[in-house]
Design a protein. Structure first.
Length: 183
């Protein structure tokens, strides 16, 4: 009996030493962030698989207007600051290919301005690839093309709507604009 008890104790110690750490996909990302940063309170969150590994990454914006990314291993990264919006920011997923997705965030400023940030999942984090303002509108098509409508002001007063289009170019690793680009 003594040998069995000793064996069980040894096995339980070994199990504790080799047991994997908690997977971020199994952990509540909001609680994970608020545990590490107790002064941050999440207002918007989204969990998605960005890199096709069947594990979710997490996008979070806090009431202090910070944008955080939590990868599938639970690593928390502050991506950007200053995500103030009268309404909650909106996350959009842009399907570039079957293995590549980009994250877009829109911030609406009534009555008509919309700011757009687009990030690419790269090297375990998110890298900003586009930042534009559409003071008339911004639309993202199902094909991933971004349409920016903005006010092109005349020197004598008044304005006309100008339209620019942005499409991902994987060879250049950036969004390339066409049409009437804003200054």
């Amino acid at each position: 009996m003594r040998k069995v008890t000793s064996l069980l104790c040894t096995l339980s110690i070994l199990f504790c030493l080799i047991a994997p750490t908690t997977d971020a996909a199994e952990t509540n990302p909001v609680k994970l962030l608020e545990k590490k940063y107790p002064r941050e309170h999440v207002t918007v969150s989204k969990s998605i698989d960005l890199n096709g590994d069947n594990k979710k990454e997490h996008l979070l914006i806090t009431d202090s207007n910070n944008f955080y990314f939590i990868n599938s291993k639970g690593v928390i990264v502050l991506i950007d600051t200053n995500y103030y919006n009268e309404e909650d920011p909106t996350f959009h997923l842009i399907n570039i290919s079957s293995k590549e997705k980009h994250v877009a965030i829109t911030l609406d400023y009534p009555p008509s301005n919309t700011e757009l940030f687009v990030f690419k999942y790269q090297d375990g984090t998110l890298k900003k690839k586009l930042s534009i303002i559409g003071d008339v509108s911004i639309r993202i098509s199902k094909s991933g093309e971004i349409r920016q409508a903005w006010k092109n002001y005349f020197p004598e007063g008044g304005w006309d709507t100008a339209v620019a289009f942005y499409k991902w170019n994987s060879k250049k690793d950036k969004y390339v604009g066409s049409g009437k680009l804003s200054h």
